[in-house]
Design a protein around this ligand. Structure first.
Ligand code: GLA
Length: 715
């Protein structure tokens, strides 16, 4: 709930559990010193420094974190937005050139637009709030317009500020590194500022644009939780600040490090969307709300509600060392086992034999792909399989023909050495001519053969950020213009090729964000394919992203990243949580693993509808106890549920585990598929639990890395 305090300042009144439409002004402290400026103009600054605000500005006495700061024509930074008016419209307007959630018939929504103005600065701001009625979701974004006579530079333009009337909150974030993305961390808020951010040009491996603030006592199943996720794939910041009066200000938006945006007369800037989820029943409910929203109101395209083809990707099978014959061998064997698509990963273009060359030369490496791409794809199609291909369209290698012809197309600063990373540079996607050229090369490839899937990779972060096409006073726009350029090309690609399944990827999972989900229904979760490491990665990712969007493959052992050996069955059960596929040389793995593939595929096909449409419940938590993990997917109508358990480490002399299931109908009776005669109520299964050893037979609990799935069906 918002109000115009003193008729001027857009104040925040309440955000939390739904309450009837009542005036809550009583909870505002207008009758406490320093009082409102209308009654005490002497202390306007102190008033503004304590008033909970919706879109706080820099420079007028509010010394907490601002969301808007400018560089005016006179060189000063102050801005001062005052309330002007509001509008309510049905539905949800699209965000120009940017990903955002949308309304559907099944989930209608209304949008509130609050208009603010700063007359001396010549600025008008529209704050957009969309409430999704059937989900506890509010989305926010802002449009800032220059309605004055002079240019104004925005040096900070965040998307949302939410004020909490307490500091008794924990902050949950998803942090990590390459191959161990999105580890869950939780800490108590304390005075001053706690920040997660990225200034790498992508949402990053290190911090994800997600934050949950929750009561100290909140857990998976109880307590109040506020989840925030930024629908954006570049630099971001998300910060909680505990203020002098033990209140909390939370802000989220584009990182203001090296950000500046010039607004000429009549120009506007759109701040990307923040999704806010409220849960009165713990983290689990928050996650399920995010999952429902993203599955129905963010992900688009033909595969949105469809099972994805079971693919085999040759990256861990061959790395750069492959040719047509090798790929056809893999496809031949894979097709016999029920695998439905071959994905040719990195190394098929230019003269790329290692990661030091040819990015930008998107034409076929004839020496490797003898007979050409069409021949290979046709052969794969003849085996009854689809064909997919890898691109890294945003990059360029120094030895490429593209770079030699257009060195100025790389992001760089004239006169400075360009820092190398993975032996490559980043193309200047703020430039339409660059995007057009890259796209024309991609189109040639896509039109040359029957390609039905693309893995769009992005393997380095930005340095020396400068564009040869931007004037000096717009250089700091490049970070954001780059992201808009990426979105533009993804939009063109998905519009021109609606049948192609797009999977995003960034050195594993460095761009696992809702912005990317708008263009691709799945994202490669991590380069770490080890089943045990994946338990943590997938658990963390599920905080706000649907499991059905997580790229997850069964790979070979010893695992290439951690050297661990795990049973083939466990690898399958863990990959089943995500999109499912294989990333191994199927012609060389042990015969018994090969023999297990058809059964695994059958299992995946059986449970994938539950994974895609059901409710996800986390039961174990590897961040707290790394000896076991468990989770469930429950059908929306509670008619069936998949329960998965992984014993990570066997332990001597332990009592067997009774695990309480979640999400079932307490009054209904269920049986485990393999034991139809044994019926138990949902209440018994949830409140007393199932004994894993018995369900399994005792031997099953002996050993490390063993998994079990149980399928409960309503009697
Ligand atoms: C990234 C991806 C991998 C693979 C390689 C190819 O690291 O995450 O899956 O595609 O690039 O270079």
């Amino acid at each position: 709930m918002l109000m115009a305090a003193d008729g001027e300042y857009l104040a925040h009144v309440y955000y939390g559990k739904k309450i009837p439409d009542e005036a809550l002004v009583g909870i505002m402290r207008f009758d406490e010193s320093p009082f409102t400026p209308a009654t005490n103009n002497r202390d306007r600054a102190s008033y503004l420094d304590t008033l909970p605000l919706e879109y706080p500005c820099f420079g007028i006495g509010d010394y907490r974190e601002p969301v808007l700061r400018i560089h005016a024509a006179d060189g000063t930074s102050t801005c001062d937005l005052r309330y002007k008016g509001y509008k309510i419209t049905e539905g949800k307007p699209a965000l120009e050139g940017m990903p955002a959630t949308f309304a559907t018939e099944k989930s209608p929504c209304n949008t509130l637009e609050v208009i603010l103005e700063d007359k001396p600065a010549g600025l008008e701001v529209s704050l957009f709030y969309t409430a999704f009625e059937q989900l506890d979701v509010i989305t926010r974004s802002a449009v800032i317009r220059n309605v004055g006579e002079k240019d104004v530079f925005l040096t900070r333009a965040l998307s949302a500020c939410v004020e909490f009337d307490t500091h008794e909150l924990d902050m949950i974030t998803l942090n990590g590194s390459w191959a161990r993305e999105r580890a869950v961390e939780r800490c108590r808020l304390h005075h001053a500022k706690q920040l997660v951010d990225s200034c790498k040009g992508e949402s990053s491996h290190q911090n994800n644009p997600f934050v949950a603030l929750c009561e100290h006592k909140a857990d998976e199943d109880s307590g109040e939780v506020f989840g925030f996720n930024f629908v954006y794939s570049g630099n971001f910041m998300a910060q909680a600040e505990v203020t002098q009066h033990k209140k909390t200000r939370f802000v989220m938006g584009i990182n203001s490090i090296d950000f500046s945006w010039k607004l000429g007369r009549g120009e506007h800037f759109t701040a990307p969307e923040v999704v806010m989820v409220h849960s009165d029943a713990g983290l689990g409910k928050m996650s399920r709300t995010f999952h429902d929203l993203y599955r129905s109101n963010l992900i688009r395209g033909e595969y949105k509600d469809k099972r994805r083809p079971i693919l085999i990707n040759n990256w861990e099978a061959t790395y750069f060392n492959f040719n047509t014959e090798k790929l056809i061998d893999i496809a031949r064997e894979a097709s016999k086992l029920g695998i439905e698509m071959l994905v040719m990963d990195d190394g098929w273009f230019g003269h790329r034999d290692s990661d030091n060359s040819s990015l930008g030369d998107w034409f076929v490496y004839e020496k490797k792909l003898e007979g050409g791409l069409k021949h290979l794809v046709d052969e794969v199609n003849k085996l009854g399989m689809k064909f997919g291909i890898w691109f890294e369209p945003e990059m360029v290698s120094p030895d490429s023909e593209l770079y030699k012809a257009h060195p100025d197309w790389a992001i760089r600063i004239k006169g400075r050495e360009l820092t190398m990373s993975r032996e490559q540079y980043v193309l200047d996607y703020s430039r339409k001519d660059v995007r057009d050229y890259v796209y024309s090369m991609m189109k040639k490839i896509l039109d040359s053969a029957n390609i039905e899937y693309i893995k769009w990779d992005m393997n380095r972060q930005h340095t020396e950020v400068g564009s040869s096409a931007l004037p000096a006073d717009r250089q700091k726009e490049l970070w954001h213009r780059y992201v808009l350029g990426v979105y533009d090309l993804m939009e063109r690609l998905t519009t021109d090729y609606p049948h192609i399944l797009l999977e995003n990827c960034s050195g594993g999972g460095a761009r696992f964000d809702p912005g990317m989900l708008y263009y691709s229904p799945q994202i490669w979760c991590s380069d770490d394919t080890d089943a045990i490491e994946r338990l943590k990665i997938q658990h963390g990712t599920s905080m706000c992203y649907p499991c059905s969007a997580m790229g997850a493959h069964v790979s070979d052992c010893p695992n290439h990243t951690v050297g661990r050996n795990t049973p083939f069955a466990t690898r399958g059960d863990v990959a089943l949580v995500g999109t499912f596929g294989y990333e191994l040389d199927v012609t060389r793995i042990p015969q018994q693993d090969r023999d297990a593939i058809p059964g695994q595929i059958e299992k995946f096909k059986k449970f994938n509808p539950l994974v895609r449409t059901g409710d996800h419940y986390r039961i174990g938590n590897m961040f707290e106890d790394n000896t076991w993990d468990a989770w469930m997917f429950v059908a929306k109508d509670k008619s069936e549920a998949l329960f998965e358990f992984v014993q990570v480490l066997g332990r001597p002399n332990e009592r067997s585990r009774n695990i309480k299931l979640k999400g079932l109908d307490p009054d209904a009776y269920y049986y485990e598929e393999s034991k139809p005669e044994e019926k138990l109520s949902g209440a018994a299964l949830m409140y007393a639990g199932v004994n894993v050893a018995k369900m399994w037979n005792v031997d099953g609990l002996y050993g490390d890395f063993v998994s079990k799935t149980l399928h409960f069906v309503k009697a």
